[in-house]
Design a protein around this ligand. Structure first.
Ligand code: NAD
Ligand code: UD1
Length: 299
C-alpha cells in the first residue's frame, strides 16, 4: 500500500512512517522542512533499513502534488503537514489559515483530480475549545477553538466533512489528537522543533539537558487540582499506531468520521515535571509565569 504522508518528516509523521514501513507499507513523504530536518530521512532508514522516498516541497504546490499522484499509485493520504504553534497563530493568523486551510484544500483538489479516495487528517482536541465537561468524547461540541490554529483545524474538518457529503465514495478520517509526548524507544527520532519549543515536553527536555535554564510554568491559578494546566499526554508511538488502525478502517467505514486519540487521563504541568524528573534522574528547574494567551485549564 502506497501512502502519501504530508509532513512526514515531522514529529508525529516520522514515527508514523516507521510504523508504516514496519507494517509493509510504503510511505511517500512530502515535507517543506519548515519544522523538520532533512536528516530525519536517514534516521528513519537507520531504524527500518530503508530510506523512505521524500519530496522536499510544499503541500500548497498543486503542480507538485499532481506530479506525485501521477508518478506513484497512491492508495491513501495521511495529512500531517501544518503549522501548530498556538501563540504564533495569534500573531500570524493569515500564515496559519494559508498553510493549514489552503494547504488542505490544494491537497483535496489534487486527490480529486487523481481519483484518490482515502484520507486521514491530523486534527486536534483543540477543536473542542474550552470544554464544559471532561473527558471529551467525539460527540462533545466543536467549533469554539480559542485561537487561529484551532480554528484552522475546525475549518478543515468542516471542509472535509462537506466534501465527503458531496462525494460519498471518499473515505475520510479526522483524528483529534490530545497531547503527543515521548519518542521512539531508540531515541533516533523524537520531537526536535526548530527554534524555542512551544510545547511542554520538548521544553522540559531541553531544560533537563541544560540547553535552557528553567521551564516557565504558564499559570498556577487555573481551576485544576494544583492550579496548573491539565492535558491528556499520549505516547507518540501509540499515536503512530492509531494511524495504522485508521488506515485499516478507512475502507470499511462510511463517510467522514472523527476519532479522539488520547488516554482519557489528564496530568498537570507540575505532575509532568515531577514524572520527568523521576524517570530521567535530572532536575527540571521551573518558575511560575503568567498564563499563556489562548490557553485553557483542562483538555
Ligand atoms: P511537526 O511540526 O513536527 O510536523 C509537521 C510537519 O509538516 C513538519 O515536518 C513541517 O516541516 C511540515 N510542513 C508544515 N507545513 C507544510 C507545508 N505547507 N507543506 C509541506 N510540509 C509542511 O508537527 P507534529 O507535532 O508532527 O504535528 C503533525 C500534525 O498534527 C500537525 O498538523 C499538527 O497540527 C497536528 N497536531 C499536533 C499536535 C501536537 O501536539 N504535536 C496535537 C494535535 C494535532
Ligand atoms: C496546544 C494545542 C493543541 C495543539 C498543540 C500543538 C490548545 C488547547 N492546544 O496544546 O491543540 O495541537 O498545542 O502545538 O490549543 N506549558 C507550560 N510551559 C511551557 C509550555 C507549555 O507551562 O513552556 C503548559 C501549557 O500552559 C499547557 C501544557 O503545558 O497547560 C501543555 O502545553 P503544550 O505542550 O503547549 O500543549 P497544548 O497547549 O495543550
Amino acid at each position: 500500500m502506497n501512502v502519501l504522508v504530508t509532513g512526514g518528516l515531522g514529529y508525529i509523521g516520522s514515527h508514523t512512517c516507521v510504523k508504516l514501513i514496519e507494517s509493509g507499507m510504503t510511505p511517500i513523504i512530502l515535507d517543506n522542512l519548515s519544522n523538520a530536518k532533512p536528516e530525519v530521512v536517514q534516521r528513519i532508514e537507520h531504524l527500518v533499513g530503508e530510506a523512505p522516498l521524500c519530496y522536499f516541497g510544499d503541500v500548497r504546490d498543486g503542480e507538485l502534488l499532481d506530479s506525485i499522484f501521477a508518478t506513484h499509485d497512491i492508495d491513501a493520504v495521511i495529512h500531517f503537514a501544518g503549522l501548530k504553534a498556538v501563540g504564533e497563530s495569534v500573531i500570524k493568523p493569515l500564515t496559519y489559515y494559508d498553510n493549514n486551510v489552503n494547504g488542505s484544500l490544494v491537497l483535496a483538489k489534487a486527490m480529486r483530480k487523481a481519483g484518490v479516495n482515502s484520507l486521514i487528517f491530523s486534527s486536534s482536541a483543540t477543536v473542542y475549545g474550552d470544554p464544559e465537561h471532561v473527558p471529551l468524547t467525539e460527540n462533545s461540541p466543536t467549533g469554539a477553538a480559542t485561537n487561529p490554529y484551532g480554528r484552522s483545524k475546525h475549518m478543515i474538518e468542516q471542509c472535509f466533512t462537506d466534501l465527503q457529503k458531496s462525494v460519498p465514495t471518499l473515505s475520510i478520517t479526522l483524528l483529534r489528537y490530545f497531547n503527543p509526548a515521548g519518542a521512539h524507544p531508540s531515541g533516533n527520532i523524537g520531537e526536535q522543533p526548530n527554534g524555542i519549543p512551544n510545547n511542554l515536553v520538548p521544553y522540559i527536555t531541553q531544560v533537563a539537558i541544560g540547553q535552557r535554564e528553567a521551564l516557565s510554568v504558564f499559570g498556577d491559578d487555573y481551576d485544576t487540582p494544583d492550579g496548573t494546566g491539565v492535558r491528556d499526554y499520549l505516547h507518540v508511538v501509540d499515536l503512530a499506531v492509531g494511524h495504522l488502525k485508521a488506515l485499516d478502517k478507512l475502507n470499511v467505514q462510511d463517510g467522514c468520521v472523527a476519532y479522539n486519540l488520547g488516554t482519557g487521563q489528564g496530568y498537570s504541568v507540575l505532575e509532568m515535571v515531577a514524572a520527568f524528573e523521576k524517570a530521567s534522574g535530572q532536575q527540571v528547574p521551573y518558575n511560575i509565569a503568567p498564563r499563556r494567551a489562548g490557553d485553557i485549564a483542562c483538555c
